[in-house]
Design a protein around this ligand. Sequence first.
Ligand code: 7XF
Length: 398
Amino acid sequence: MNDGNRRRHSQAIHAGFDPLEHHGAVSVPIYQSSTFVFPSAEEGARRFEGSSNGLIYTRLGNPTIAALEECVASLEGGVGAVGTAAGMAAVAATVLALVDAGQHVAGTHPLYGPSRGLMEKHLARFGITSTFVPAGDGQALRAALRPETRLVFVETPANPTLDLVDLAEAAEIAHRHGARLVVDNTFASPHLQRPLEHGADVVLHSMTKFLNGHSDVVAGIVVAREAGVLARLRDVVQAFGFNMDPHQAWLVLRGVRTLGMRVDRAQANAMAIAPWLERHPMVKWVRYPGLASHPQHELARRQMAGPGAMIAFELHGGVEAGRRLMNAVQLITLAVSLGGVESLIEHPASMTHRSVPEEERRRQGITPGLVRLAVGCEDVEDLLADLAQAFSRVDSPA
Ligand code: 7XF
């Protein structure tokens, strides 16, 4: 199958799966089996040796997981992908596969709080050092690279401020120093942004979010541009047991088939909600890549197919007013996570980015009053009505 020539919706619906290889099943079967029979002892030995690519054991490979991996690799335009048990396992596998003790990661901030924590707290114990510079500052990124830097790690749009990283510039900086560019593409999804086309070497996702899209699975994936990098990633995932399981993979496959439709609809809703928020007298500021007021609006137009469905904003009343708003919404759900069909609202400073020290949060623009809205696929009139009624109750919390 030459999936690469198909357009985005067709790829999401068909890539990675040929029904004729599975008794004609139109939906990918769930190969819920931990282990696979060898036709002979000699063939078993060949599979372990690598001279035959037949199936062995699900931690090492499984057809349902492989179908999802091929689909996402095709959507991102990579040579292949490795599914992981969570987005955090995708982050961990990437650094462990590509950085050794004594080497360095140069990253941008903000990142999802625990991604940075993984590097500064856990991987630091194994001699991997890291430095983080502001997302929009190419000069600072250039200055952060050292001879021992192996990875440039960026998230764009960044969680939760929606700052952007110029991918072409970051790739140029990384490659000039012999480092690889890794992009956490969770907030955009491959429907809106394909970092490998801008020079990135590795793309990773929390598939918990847009790729799955139904708030019922925690999963991750790493996509590579080169076969050698893919082999290293797969080796680490197998060695550490970061793999996903077949049922989880099937659920994500079911979700990913409608990726484009969900993202397009959620984005259309966000494109109506962001200007509505910006006009609201109780709102101090709104950050959304689709608004002309976003400092990197032009970059968003250049490197993304659309501004996405994530919005950050703050009320004039700060953290207290934000809390009252979050307690007052009725259709919108107060919960962390994003990328599902339902709209979710949360408070990064006390929730998703609680692990980032307060002073560091301020430096990154994660103000105490920042509210993050993950726009879903409901009817936009209902979302706006819910926000309007919630705003009307902010001044009278009772
Ligand atoms: O291990 P997970 O599937 O939860 O993924 C971790 C992860 C990695 N990268 C980005 C950009 C993420 O946003 C996440 C998870 N973020 C959720 C959130 O921000 O709501 C986690 C909820 S505590």
